[in-house]
Ligand binder design. Structure first.
Ligand code: ASP
Length: 473
């Protein structure tokens, strides 16, 4: 007999079926045993009666403990009116067990999996993440994450976007953060870096004539762990050609509304179209550039999106520049590749009035969190060069770090722009979770460690020497 999922038992009353999964809980009522069997779809009540199980079957049933893996054949029965359980999808039926096969036994888990695990110490949950993910809340989080990703992929495919994977082993692009470096075994003394974002590649894809690109992209940033950050995280990264700010904003707004309304019908978007304000207005009115506009901050189903637009292109940099550390005084606020608004283009070219240059850069804010941002880019090499020079990059540095882009733009780059959405943050808000670790299957802890796999960890002498690495004691 072919195994079916628990959810498929509904509507199969009187049929003999086979289900499989984990023993979630057991309740003994005298001679009758009740089990909750859990599979990917949720729970199904199993009834074990000695008369149906026989002597041997009853013995097996008596040994079953939580988290044992079993296969059960039996007859689906409609539950009586008063036995219906609306809390589970299979609540109108139960399975009268005829045959139980134990596929694997289980030790007692380090924490209870039939309850919400949020109160359990996070170190234990992260060490045993594969168990934590069995709990209902965590399983729902990762399943709903997939649904949102699929909905976005579908929406974008319908609009002619194609998903393209860009390299993970690559060369750095400044995105305002430190990069993870990967030593090259084949090219001693040389390094790859992991991308902070696919920025250069997506712009090069516009130069390639792709016109509409997106990617559910892994991004890596080697930052000190401030607050709720992860060293690797996921962005919905997008770029499109022959567009203006309005086109990118309009597209993303349409997508977010559609995804929320289809996937989270219980949620309410406070204002449509999303309100917009300039960076200057946001700072003046709210004192920050990610205002929380929710009218009722206690309503878990209220989503207040807004756009903050017209960001200044440059800001003073106290640390001495994005990558050179040479004490230059201007850095980018968003992205070194942004354009200037048309009225500021001549200022950009002449490198004057720098502090007032406004860029077509925009952030999307949700309930007080910046959940994404993007811009229209400089597609003319001379404008890109001027922006880089304002930020203190000089001749050879420009060549070394941005040479490919500048060269590519000399071969007919279309005007283009795009953005990236922080998918982990968006999912945390949609799932009403307090931090992004709750919506990532295998996150790092607050100090960037993977407690389950024990990473980072030391390497053998052999591995180090092959990678041409000597450890400084
Ligand atoms: N690459 C930018 C980021 O990661 C987003 C963008 O401008 O498209 O923040």
């Amino acid at each position: 007999m072919k195994r079916i999922f628990t959810s498929e038992t509904v509507g199969k009353a009187e049929e003999t079926v086979k289900v499989a999964g984990w023993i979630h809980a057991r309740r003994d009522m005298g001679k009758i045993m009740f089990f909750d069997l859990r599979d990917k779809d949720g729970l199904l009540q199993i009834v074990g009666v000695p008369a149906d199980l026989g002597e041997e079957g009853t013995k097996i049933a008596e040994t079953l403990r939580p988290e044992w893996v079993v296969e059960i054949e039996g007859v689906v029965q409609k539950r009586g009116e008063r036995q219906i359980n609306n809390k589970i999808p299979t609540g109108t039926v139960e399975l009268l067990a005829k045959k139980i096969t134990v596929l694997n036994e289980a030790k007692t888990p380090p924490f209870e999996l039939d309850k919400d695990t949020s109160a359990v110490g996070e170190d234990v949950r992260l060490k045993y993440r594969y168990l934590d993910l069995r709990s209902e809340r965590m399983a729902t989080n990762i399943r709903n994450r997939n649904k949102v990703f699929q909905a976005m992929r579908q929406f974008l495919s319908d609009k002619d976007f194609i998903e393209i994977e860009t390299p993970q082993l690559t060369k750095g692009t400044p995105e305002g953060s430190r990069e993870f470096i990967v030593p090259s075994r084949l090219h001693p003394e040389n390094f790859y870096v992991l991308p902070q974002a696919p920025q250069q590649f997506k712009q090069l894809l516009m130069t390639s004539g792709v016109e509409r690109y997106f990617q559910m992209a892994k991004c890596f940033r080697d930052e000190d762990q401030r607050g709720d950050r992860q060293p690797e995280f996921t962005q919905m990264d997008l770029e499109m050609s022959f567009v203006q700010e309005e086109d990118v904003i309009g597209l993303i707004e349409e997508m977010m509304i559609k995804v929320v309304e289809n996937n989270y019908p219980e949620k309410k978007i406070q204002q449509k179209p999303f309100p917009r304000m300039s960076y200057a207005e946001a700072m003046e009115k709210y004192g920050n550039d990610r205002p929380d506009l929710r009218e009722d901050k206690d309503d878990p189903n209220l989503l207040a999106f807004c756009w903050v637009v017209d960001f200044p292109f440059f800001e003073k940099d106290d640390n001495g520049g994005p990558s050179t550390g040479s004490g230059q005084s201007w850095t980018f606020t968003h992205n070194p590749f942004s354009a200037a608004k048309p009225e500021f283009e001549s200022d950009l070219l002449e490198k004057k009035n720098v502090e007032n240059i406004i860029a077509p850069q925009f952030d999307i804010i949700l309930n007080g969190f910046e959940v994404g941002g993007g811009s229209i880019r400089n597609h003319k090499p001379e404008l890109l060069k001027a922006a880089l020079e304002i930020m203190g990059f000089e001749g050879e540095q420009i060549e070394a770090q941005f040479g490919t882009m500048l060269q590519a733009f000399e071969y007919g780059a279309p005007p283009h722009g795009g953005l990236a959405l922080g998918m982990d943050r968006i999912m945390a808000i949609l799932q009403n979770e307090p931090n992004i670790r709750e919506v990532i299957a295998f996150p790092k802890d607050g100090s960037a460690r993977d407690l389950m796999m024990d990473a980072p960890s030391a390497l053998s002498e052999k591995a180090l020497s092959e990678a041409n690495i000597e450890i400084k004691k």
